[in-house]
Each structure stands twice: as structure tokens, then as C-alpha cells.
Design a protein around this ligand. Structure first.
Ligand SMILES: Cc1cc2nc3c(=O)[nH]c(=O)nc-3n(C[C@H](O)[C@H](O)[C@H](O)COP(=O)(O)O)c2cc1C
Length: 399
């Protein structure tokens, strides 16, 4: 059973993560993780903090001579921009759309800071680190999880999905993490226009898991359905307000014949479409698993929104906290991490194994007995992203 948790505040000393259930024998180093952290920090639309932060992970437990031991993997990411509590001005006017008011009411704070500190998506740096371990594990099974941006502020991309190596190369040269060059300019000018209007923008990220065999998840009980686990993982990301599997937001508008993926035989079952997004009956069907994350425009606004001072009851405007304009590129890396973790969870559920070789033997035995041919992964998907350049020290903000 895979379990993971994070701890840490946005401007605390460090972020902490624990991942338990990864089999022993998986080679793992910080270089398998830091490149993913670097990607999360990048992308157009981020605030000042991301220009100056260089997240780097420390692996504090669960390794012996560079391989996992089956013990909990403990990770730490130091915060360069630690701010002592007494230097944070009290915030009694909650920002609508953030966790300020709900946190204050629920936990009895007269200052929103403690709520902001933990609700902040700074926490997603650790999820990306945990996800990087999941990516590393999945690579041992020729499974790759790819996140990319498909909508920014209403501008829709139509990337070529016929070659995932190419798609990733296109994505990685794009400041928007979007693999469709033809809409890049339109997206960038939309962001510029939003900035000029002191506005924020939302969008959609697509995450695709390639090489997942049929048989992960189950219809046998509601909480074992793979799409349910994926939806929970995606909706747990700050500012994600909807998710879909495959063409789940489009098929309700279609006739039934067009909404299914017919089966053909070519030395194994093949499909010509993947509208189901790789899941039928709560179980992976061997096609790419396609999950979308719909991000709302972030809540912190330069032009203040109306709010109420919770200490006085006075109607007022909330104060601006330095913030991002668009977080969908970074969000796509977080969504990718959450999908990777969910697939590892489902894979280990199916195959078990305390040692990587045992899990691999079970995997090979299983795929031998089913009519499924694993896709050949392009080389670009067989390695972790490159680690970041050297850090630059400076104070910064992420809320
Ligand atoms: C990578 C990432 C970065 C974010 N950065 C900001 C930010 O700078 N400012 C902000 O208001 N919200 C930001 N958010 C969203 C808030 O964390 C989120 O809206 C808030 O915690 C309330 O949660 P909810 O929107 O899910 O209800 C970010 C989200 C993600 C995924």
C-alpha cells in the first residue's frame, strides 16, 4: 500500500514529505527529483518568488547506498524565503476565493496568516518531489506520465498527440508548457492583457499516462475505481475545480456510438479512438490514461476584491499579496505528479512486492497472460528532466 503526506508552511523552514510503500531496490537520487521541481517553478505567469527560488530536495531517509529500502522515504525542501511569524502583518480581511476565511472560521484564528501559510500551493513543491519518486518507479515499468497545458484563459491548444516524444520536446521549449506552437502567441498576449488589466487567468492541463497495462483499479467496490482515485488526486490540487477522464466533458453531447472506442485485433486488442481516456468500468484498459485538470483563475487580485474585516465586521477591500498571474503551467507539473502517484498506488495494489524485482516479475507474468502490447516509449520519456542551474539567493513570496 502506497501512502504519502506532506507538512510545512509557505514561509516556514522547510517542506517535508513522507512516502511509504515504495518497494526496496529502486535506484533513487536527488537528480531524479530536482528537475521536476525546476519545471514546477518555471512557466510564464509566475510571480517574483519563482524567479529567484531554486528548490532542491534532500532525501533524508529510506535509502541505502542509493537504493530504496522499503522504509518510508523522507524528503525535505528547505524554503529560501522563510519569514518569521512576527514579521508577517496580521491579516484580518480574507481574500475571497482563498482559504483565508474558511481557515480562520474553522480553526479559530483572528489572523488569516496561519491558514494562508498551509493552504498555499507552496506545498505542491513537495507533492512534485514525491511524484518524482513515483515517476522514477514507473520508468522501471516503461510507464511515463506526461503533463502539458491545453487551455490558457480560454485559448484552446490542439497539439499533435501522435508522437509523445515530439509533444514533450515541443512542450519543453514552450514557456507555457504547451505543445501547440500555433496558439502560443495568442496565449501570451492573453496573459499580457490580463496583467495589464491586473487580472489573473485560469486554464486546463492534460495529463497522459502511457504504457499503463489493462487491469489497474476495479469495479468491485466504489473506492477502487481508478477514475475515482485520479479525480480525488487531481481535485486535491489547490485551485483545481473540475477534472475529467478522456473526453468526459464532450461525450455527454454526442450520440452513443460516437462516444465508445471500438475494439480491433492486431496481435492484441487495439483501438482507433480513446474517448474513454484509458479507463472502462473503473479499470485501466491498456490505452493511454487521459486526465484533465481545470484550474480556476487564482484568487489573489491586484485590483482589490470586496471583503469584510472579520475583527470589526466592516466592509472593506482585501490587501494584495504578491502573487502569480497564471499557475496552469506549474499546475500541470503538480497534476502530473498526482497522476504518477495514483498510478503507482494502483500498480502496487495489483502486483504487490516488497522488492522491485518481485514487482517486476509479477508485472511481466501478468502482461504475458493478457492480449496487450505495451507501447514503445520514446527516449525523451525514459529520463527525468534535467536538474536546475545553480541557485540564486533572495527573499520571495508564494501564496
Ligand atoms: C502551483 C500553484 C501556484 C499557486 N499560486 C497562487 C498564487 O500565487 N496566488 C493565489 O492567490 N493562488 C495561488 N494558487 C491557488 C491557491 O493556492 C488556491 O486557490 C487556494 O489555496 C484556495 O484553494 P482553492 O482554490 O482550491 O479553493 C496556486 C495554485 C497552484 C496549483
Amino acid at each position: 500500500m502506497l501512502r504519502y503526506m506532506t507538512a510545512g508552511e509557505s514561509h516556514g523552514e522547510e517542506l517535508i514529505g513522507v512516502l511509504e510503500g515504495v518497494p526496496a531496490g529502486l535506484p533513487l537520487s536527488v537528480d531524479d527529483i530536482d528537475g521536476y521541481l525546476w519545471r514546477r517553478q518555471g512557466g510564464v505567469g509566475r510571480g517574483a518568488r519563482m524567479n529567484i527560488e531554486r528548490d532542491r530536495v534532500r532525501i533524508v531517509s529510506g535509502l541505502w547506498k542509493g537504493e530504496t529500502t522499503g522504509a518510508p522515504i523522507g524528503l525535505s525542501i528547505p524554503n529560501r524565503s522563510e519569514i518569521p511569524h512576527h514579521k508577517q502583518p496580521p491579516r484580518t480581511v480574507p481574500r475571497p476565493g482563498h482559504a483565508d476565511m474558511t481557515g480562520m472560521l474553522k480553526y479559530g484564528f483572528d489572523d488569516a496568516n496561519p491558514a494562508i501559510e498551509r493552504a498555499s500551493a507552496r506545498e505542491t513543491a513537495m507533492r512534485v518531489a514525491l511524484g518524482a519518486v513515483a515517476h522514477t518507479f514507473l520508468r522501471a515499468f516503461d510507464i511515463a506520465v506526461v503533463g502539458h497545458v491545453i487551455v490558457v484563459g480560454g485559448v484552446q491548444a490542439s497539439p499533435d498527440r501522435s508522437d509523445w516524444g515530439e509533444l514533450v520536446a515541443e512542450r519543453d521549449r514552450s514557456p507555457l508548457y504547451c505543445a501547440d506552437r500555433s496558439v502560443e502567441e495568442e496565449m501570451l498576449s492573453k496573459i499580457e492583457a490580463a496583467r495589464a488589466r491586473e487580472e489573473t487567468l485560469g486554464g486546463v492541463a492534460e495529463v497522459v499516462a502511457l504504457g499503463v497495462p489493462p487491469g489497474l483499479g476495479s469495479y468491485a467496490q466504489w473506492d477502487r475505481r481508478l477514475e475515482a482515485s485520479l479525480a480525488r488526486a487531481i481535485l486535491s490540487i489547490q485551485s483545481v475545480k473540475a477534472t475529467s477522464i478522456g473526453d468526459g466533458t464532450e461525450t455527454p453531447l454526442d450520440f452513443g456510438r460516437d462516444a465508445q472506442d471500438e475494439l480491433f485485433w492486431q496481435e492484441g486488442v487495439v483501438r482507433r479512438t480513446n474517448r474513454a481516456g484509458g479507463i472502462e468500468g473503473g479499470i485501466s484498459n491498456g490505452e493511454p490514461i487521459v486526465v484533465k485538470a481545470f484550474f480556476k483563475p487564482i484568487a489573489t487580485q491586484r485590483r482589490p476584491l470586496r471583503s469584510v474585516d472579520l475583527t470589526t465586521g466592516e466592509e472593506t477591500e482585501c490587501r494584495y499579496i504578491r502573487s502569480d498571474t497564471l499557475i496552469v503551467p506549474a499546475g500541470s507539473v503538480v497534476a502530473e505528479a498526482m497522476v504518477a502517484l495514483t498510478i503507482v498506488e494502483a500498480l502496487l495494489d495489483k502486483l504487490g512486492g516488497d522488492q522491485l524485482d518481485d514487482t517486476r516479475a509479477a508485472f511481466e507474468r501478468y502482461v504475458e497472460r493478457i492480449p496487450w502490447r505495451a507501447p514503445v516509449l520514446p527516449d525523451a520519456l525514459r529520463a527525468a528532466p534535467a536538474p536546475p542551474p545553480e541557485p540564486v539567493e533572495a527573499p520571495a513570496e508564494e501564496v
